[in-house]
Design a protein around this ligand. Structure first.
Ligand code: GRF
Length: 250
């Protein structure tokens, strides 16, 4: 099973220009045991595996579960020595029965945190109560804007100047849980769904490992719909304007 120990991480790996005095050192805590749920390509899964292999994330990938046998992410996981399981939702009479099978498998592998990475199924109360505040998901928009499918197209159609991605704790409701990390990207005038998705995806691959790291280091407290992050630098206070304004005149 893939795992990483601490100590070798680049202390600045999650920030381009850390402010002087900022301490990004990883804390010494037990590895978090992950169960990753996928339905497709699995590029976020790959980013998480990469972060573990680069020792930027104190995690152990215990099991990757897909609801589709042809999900390319399964092969990627297997190549990295991670156990995989296919649980096809179509084989179950109700959502709850499918979720029960997920819970059984996740428990069988001793999973602490469930990571949904392009998992195209809504989770029922069965999963939510088995893993309370222990299920994360990622969405390709700045929630609460544009929840649901085709979020990138919705952002373009709406004419927003910025979009991005959000890692959040899964609650009942579609893409509606407490927010852990967000990244902002500009929407360019000639963007189509594909171009914007690629720009967002690149940032997904940075923020998902970061969110899991914050969880593993015990820095997250959920308070209603807000997540407090302990002892970790907030974003710089830079303002983004799109389109880019001219420099202020003297
Ligand atoms: C990502 O865009 C993610 O935000 C959404 O599903 C997509 C999964 O992509 N939830 P991948 O399978 O990780 O490449």
């Amino acid at each position: 099973m893939l795992s990483a120990r601490y100590g070798a991480a680049d202390p600045e790996s999650f920030c381009d220009e850390p402010r002087p005095g900022t301490n990004y050192a990883m804390t010494q805590r037990p590895l978090v045991r992950l169960g990753v749920l996928i339905s497709g390509t699995g590029t976020n899964l790959q980013a998480i595996i990469d972060a573990v292999e680069r020792r930027e994330l104190g995690a152990e990938l215990r099991i990757v579960i897909s609801n589709r046998a042809d999900a390319p992410g399964l092969e990627w996981a297997a190549r990295h020595g991670i156990p995989t399981r296919v649980i096809e939702h179509r084989g179950f009479p109700a959502r709850e029965d499918f979720d029960l099978a997920l819970v059984d498998t996740l428990n069988e592998y001793g999973v602490d945190l469930v990571v949904c990475a392009g998992f195209m199924r809504l989770l029922s109360g069965v999963m939510l109560s088995a893993f309370p505040d222990r299920i994360m998901n990622i969405h390709p928009a700045l929630l609460p804007a544009f929840p649901g499918v085709h979020a990138q197209k919705a952002a373009i159609d709406h004419g927003v100047r910025f979009s991005g991605c959000t890692v959040f704790f899964v609650r009942e409701g579609v893409d509606d849980g407490p927010i852990v990390v967000q990244a902002v990207v500009p929407v360019m005038p000639d963007d189509d769904e594909q171009r914007l998705s690629a720009r967002i995806r690149a940032q997904e691959h940075r923020i998902y490992p970061l969110a899991i790291r914050l969880y593993q280091e015990g820095r997250l407290t959920i308070d209603g719909r807000k997540v407090h992050i302990r002892d970790f630098p907030a974003a710089d206070s830079a303002v983004l304007i799109n389109p880019k304004p001219p420099p202020p005149s003297r």
